[in-house]
Design a protein around this ligand. Structure first.
Ligand SMILES: [Ca+2]
Ligand SMILES: [Ca+2]
Length: 172
């Protein structure tokens, strides 16, 4: 018995024809695709600026770095206020939050595949906090004499975090 693994071979053939960047009847991008299945896009979400602020709070989102392994054309669907309704379909939208709250701003990226291939999508999100500053996460070391919350779950490594000091030790 031969168990066939995933098989993928994609060949792009770009024919320029007689000129660049002009209406050119003999220029074409040919795609020869021996793909069984499809690779899921990998979305990236970032924010230029702060992720928390006071209402009305304007946020500039970015999808820079979003990729698809086979270079499929991608669509962008942003639900910035996490109400289930798409707010924007551009790559880098701006959204203004009028109400206080904590929002998981989500970008869903479906790929646009040709016939015979199943489209896939993936999502990434970033948390936006309006009306409050985000809580600062503090690393609390266990108190001496206390055991971990579960007798089985937690590794009992009790190394205290080492402080790395970058000392500028020049040689001249
Ligand atoms: Ca894909
Ligand atoms: Ca929405």
């Amino acid at each position: 018995m031969h168990a066939a693994g995933p098989c993928a071979l994609t060949l792009y053939l770009l024919e320029y024809g007689d000129g660049y960047f002009a209406e050119n009847p003999d220029a074409q991008l040919a795609l020869v695709d021996f793909v069984r299945g499809n690779r899921t896009p990998v979305p990236q979400v970032s924010v230029s600026g702060e992720v928390n602020g006071l209402a009305p709070f304007e946020v500039e989102f970015s999808s820079a770095g979003t990729t698809d392994a086979y270079g499929d054309r991608l669509a962008y669907a942003w639900d910035s206020d996490a109400d289930g309704v798409v707010d924007s379909r551009v790559q880098n939208p701006t959204f203004t939050y009028e109400e206080n709250g904590v929002y998981e701003a989500t970008l869903k990226v479906p790929d646009q595949t040709g016939p015979g291939r199943t489209g896939r999508s993936a999502a990434a999100s970033v948390r936006i906090t309006v009306g409050n500053t985000a809580p600062v996460v503090e690393f609390v070391t266990p108190v001496d004499g206390r055991t971990s919350p579960s007798s089985t779950g937690w590794p009992s490594r009790s190394r205290s975090p080492t402080t790395r000091r970058s000392t500028a030790r020049g040689s001249r």
